[in-house]
Each structure stands twice: as structure tokens, then as C-alpha cells.
Design a binder for this molecule. Structure first.
Ligand code: XUL
Length: 517
């Protein structure tokens, strides 16, 4: 059996799979806020950070590992696990001194991970992906290598506030002595992978690419980006590697304390988005994943290392080999909720029945669906822009308004994913709003591709478990076919008579967007 772990913003989740029965045998989560209240981080980070700082306590992640494994050991038989892999929230970083590896090698099962490893921290808190404090550092890094076009061509993304390189630079500038004492910098994922392995292990290409430091072409640390970020940085990082690289046996700590078999092995950890690509069964080009959450995300596998010429999208390594894109849209549920509240309606206004009332107006009225600042495209929008019939522009009719908002959100996604040059054969829709048939049908119609919904809840932890099985020699395509199945009756086909309508709407949407920025 194989164990996949996902250390996300709010929780640590375990999924155990048995490829012989093609079933998830067990899953369990520890919630940082509810289960570890002593860290005073109800949503997984320390509230009240100044100047855009969002940090979390890395000891909380370690305590979560001990707590999760003690609960798992009570409820399941961990002696059957042959290989462990995992994922972590991307971009977050952990700073450690030169005693870290000796501490890992000497872990004693009679004490906790946090007690034994915390003395090695050179920075007591870790910046996470929600941190926006590094605007100045992004500008400095971009300027040092000749601009963001160059940063993006090298690393797959413009210099981005939450990415690890700008965060490292900020630490170097604000606490130069602590930076100098730092012998090892880990991502959230590679930190936990190292704890399991009992030695420092590399980040994978998926998570490593979220640092603004990995050269996508050579898949090694980029010398110029390293130099632009902070001095002596390369010696603090381990060389990135493919996710399925096996690290050897799990640390004795976990064997003695929780009953893992002594020959249980560990693989590298990847980021939660690359792991979700696996858990959604989308590692091959043609399937794209759209996740509808507070923000919406669009991710898809790509055969080559193409980058977004406009610098909005990101490119990471795909755990199955090759690359993947990740594009974030801040105005996801936030915008859907804002419109719902403005109209004074509930979610039923987003369902197929309510949207049928405006079916004859598909693609006619345009809405730039931004209720606040957006990152794709990057602009400080202050509210939606409407263009269409007088009735629509007056903002009254709920069916028209909701249709135009959803069409606008997915036209914006279609427009800003065109750079990938990937033909969309099918869309796997996930996240809270994905069960809504009205929203799902508009996705199918705008992209002119079938929309599938999977029976998967913890897609990153499941993906990690599939990566573990694949690292042990199982066939990943087969695993995806076995474990990532569509929920019965959940597939929606596009209305092909709308193909031309939405192609034309896309052109008008682009014009309106260009005129509004
Ligand atoms: C991706 C990103 C988030 C984190 C946390 O760039 O910042 O999706 O990975 O989930």
C-alpha cells in the first residue's frame, strides 16, 4: 500500500491507496486551526501580519505530522506501507542552520519532531504563498536580470511576490546575519520530505519551479537568478530532481514510533498543484483542470517548456515528466458571490434552470467579471464592466447578469490560456462550485469541450499516493485510469451550435479588456 501526504494551507491530509483493489483504503486529515490551537493560526497562518506579510509556524507543520501519524497508527496498520510521497502548499519556505541534517539523522522516537528540529530554525516563521510583502524584491530581481520577460523566459513566471526567490531576498535584506547562518533553505514540501527521509532531500521540478530560481530549459538552478536573489544561495539549496526519485528508507523515527516497516521508502515531495494534476488524472496533454474556489485556477499538462508571453501564467514541472501550466484568477467565487449578493439572489440563479431564461442571449452581452484587483490579467479593477443591450447594461435581469459573469470568467480563462497552444479535449472541473450544472455547462460551451466531474475529494493527497505507487514501479497512466474516475452521470457535452458564437465573443471580450486597462 502507498501513502500520499498533502500539507496544505489549512490541513495535513493522508490518503492510503491499494493498487491491488484499486481503492483508497484510508484517508484522514489534521486541521491546523482546530487540532493545533496552541499555534493561534485558525486558518493555518499567523493572523495580522504587517505590510502584506503572511507567515506560518513550521513547528505547526511538524506537530501535525506527529499528530496525523499517531491517529493513523491507532486506526490503520502502517506496517503495510511500502512507499510514501507527498505534496506541500507551493512557494512557502523554511530556513535551517548547519545542525539540521545531524538532527534529522539523530531523531529520537521518545520526543517530538518539533522539539528536536526547532533549534535548527534560523527563521522562526515561514513566509507562505499568501504573502504579498515582496514587491520591491520582485522589481530588484527583474531589474538585475534584464526585466520580467527574461525572468519569465528563464523560470516560467515573472518575479512574483509569493514565489520563494523574492521571499529569500527579503529575508537576506532584512536579517542578513540570520540569512548567513542559514545552511539549508527548504520548501514546505521538501522540508517534510526531508523529515520523513531522515536527511535533507531535494525539491522536485514541480515545486522547484515555483521559486523564480529554476531554469526551465536546463532544469537546474539558474546562476543569474540565484545571483539576483541573494549571495551564496546555491550552496543553501539542493539540486532539483524528478518527483519519483526514491530517497531510500524512511527515517527510523517513524518505524519505531508509528510502526512503518523498516524497508518503507520515501520519494520527493512536489507542490500541491502538480500533485493535484496527478490526482485529477490529467498528466497527459489534452485534459485540463479548472478548479473553482475562492480564486479559480486553471492547470494543464504541456509537452514543452512554453511560457506565457504576457507573464500572467506560470510553468512548473509535471510529476509525470514534461511541464504543466498554472494560471490563477483571483476573481473566482469572490466575484460570483459579489454578483449574487448585489442581485439579492441565491445559488439557484446559477443553475441550468435559471440560466435557461437567457439562453437566447448566449455570447451576446459581455461582462469583464472583475469585482476587485485581478492577476490574470494583472490590473486593479474596481468593478465589472458591462457591454451589451440597454436592458443588460442596466444590470437588472438576474439570468442575463449571471450568464454574462460566468461567460466572462470562462472567456477570460480561454483567452489567457491560449498561449499554451494545447488542444482542449476534455475539462475536469473541481472545487466547490463544480457541482453546479449551470456553471459546468457554460464552461463546456465556452471551451467547446466536454466537462467531467470526478469522485475525488483530496486530489493533491491522492495525487501524492499515486506518485508513491509510480515511484515503486506501478504504471502511472493505469493508476490514473483506476483511481481518477468520473462521477456517474456527471459529464456534460458542449452545445456545438455555440462554437462560432463564443469564438466571436472571445474577440469582442479581448477588445473590451484591452480598452479597459
Ligand atoms: C500556486 C499557489 C497556491 C498554493 C497553495 O501558485 O500559490 O495554489 O500552492 O495552494
Amino acid at each position: 500500500m502507498f501513502l500520499g501526504l498533502d500539507s496544505s494551507t489549512q490541513s495535513l491530509t493522508a490518503v492510503i491507496i491499494d493498487p491491488a483493489t484499486q481503492k483508497i483504503s484510508y484517508q484522514l486529515s489534521v486541521n491546523f486551526g482546530a487540532d493545533l490551537p496552541q499555534y493561534k493560526s485558525p486558518s493555518g497562518f499567523i493572523p495580522g501580519g504587517a505590510g502584506g506579510e503572511v507567515h506560518a509556524n513550521p513547528c505547526m507543520w511538524l506537530d501535525a505530522v506527529d499528530l496525523l501519524f499517531s491517529r493513523l497508527a491507532e486506526q490503520t496498520d502502517l506496517s503495510k506501507i511500502t512507499l510514501v510521497a507527498g505534496s506541500g502548499q507551493q512557494h512557502g519556505s523554511v530556513y535551517l542552520d548547519s545542525t539540521f541534517d545531524a538532527r534529522l539523522a539523530g531523531l529520537n522516537a521518545s520526543s517530538s519532531l518539533a522539539d528536536q528540529l526547532s533549534p535548527a530554525l534560523t527563521r522562526t516563521t515561514s513566509p507562505i504563498w499568501m504573502d504579498t510583502s515582496t514587491g520591491a524584491e520582485c522589481a530588484e530581481i527583474a531589474a538585475a536580470v534584464g526585466g520580467n520577460v527574461e525572468v519569465c523566459a528563464r523560470s516560467g513566471s515573472n518575479a512574483i511576490e509569493r514565489f520563494t526567490g523574492p521571499q529569500i531576498r527579503r529575508f537576506y535584506k532584512s536579517e542578513p546575519e540570520a540569512y548567513a547562518r542559514t545552511a539549508r533553505i527548504h520548501l514546505v514540501g521538501s522540508f517534510l520530505a526531508s523529515v520523513l527521509a531522515g536527511k535533507s532531500v531535494s525539491p522536485d521540478f514541480g515545486d522547484g519551479a515555483g521559486m523564480n530560481l529554476l531554469n526551465l530549459g536546463s532544469l537546474t538552478w539558474d546562476k543569474e537568478l540565484l545571483a539576483a536573489t541573494a549571495p551564496n544561495l546555491e550552496e543553501k539549496l539542493l539540486p532539483p530532481a524528478i518527483t519519483t526519485t526514491v530517497q531510500g528508507a524512511i527515517s527510523r523515527y517513524f518505524v519505531e514510533k508509528y510502526g512503518f516497516p523498516a524497508d518503507c521508502r520515501t520519494a520527493l515531495f512536489t507542490g500541491d498543484n502538480p500533485a493535484s494534476l496527478v490526482g485529477m488524472g490529467a498528466t497527459r496533454p489534452g485534459s485540463i483542470v479548472i478548479s473553482l474556489g475562492t480564486s479559480d485556477t486553471f492547470f494543464a499538462s504541456m509537452p514543452g517548456a512554453k511560457t506565457d508571453p504576457n507573464g500572467f501564467g506560470h510553468v512548473f514541472g509535471n510529476p509525470a515528466g514534461g511541464y504543466m501550466s498554472l494560471i490563477c484568477f483571483l476573481n473566482g467565487s469572490l466575484a460570483r458571490e459579489a454578483l449574487r449578493d448585489q442581485l439579492g439572489v441565491d445559488w439557484s440563479a446559477f443553475d441550468s434552470q435559471a440560466l435557461a431564461a437567457s439562453a437566447s442571449e448566449a455570447g451576446k452581452n459581455l461582462m469583464l467579471p472583475f469585482f476587485g484587483p485581478e492577476v490574470t490579467p494583472r490590473h486593479d479593477f474596481t468593478g465589472p464592466v458591462r457591454q451589451g443591450s440597454a436592458a443588460f447594461e442596466s444590470g437588472a435581469d438576474a439570468s442575463q447578469q449571471v450568464r454574462a459573469l460566468l461567460e466572462g470568467q470562462f472567456l477570460n480563462m480561454r483567452l489567457h490560456s491560449e498561449w499554451m497552444g494545447v488542444k482542449v479535449d476534455r475539462i475536469r472541473l473541481t472545487g466547490g462550485a463544480s457541482r453546479n450544472n449551470g456553471i459546468a455547462q457554460i464552461v463546456a460551451d465556452v471551451f467547446q469541450a466536454p466537462v467531467e466531474r470526478l469522485d475525488v475529494s483530496n486530489s493533491a493527497a491522492l495525487g501524492a499516493a499515486l506518485i508513491a505507487a509510480s515511484a515503486a514501479g506501478e504504471n502511472l497512466q493505469q493508476l490514473e485510469a483506476d483511481f481518477c474516475q468520473t462521477a456517474p452521470g456527471s459529464t456534460l457535452l458542449p452545445d456545438t451550435s455555440l462554437a462560432q458564437t463564443y469564438t466571436e465573443a472571445l474577440g469582442r471580450f479581448k477588445k473590451l479588456l484591452d480598452a479597459s486597462r
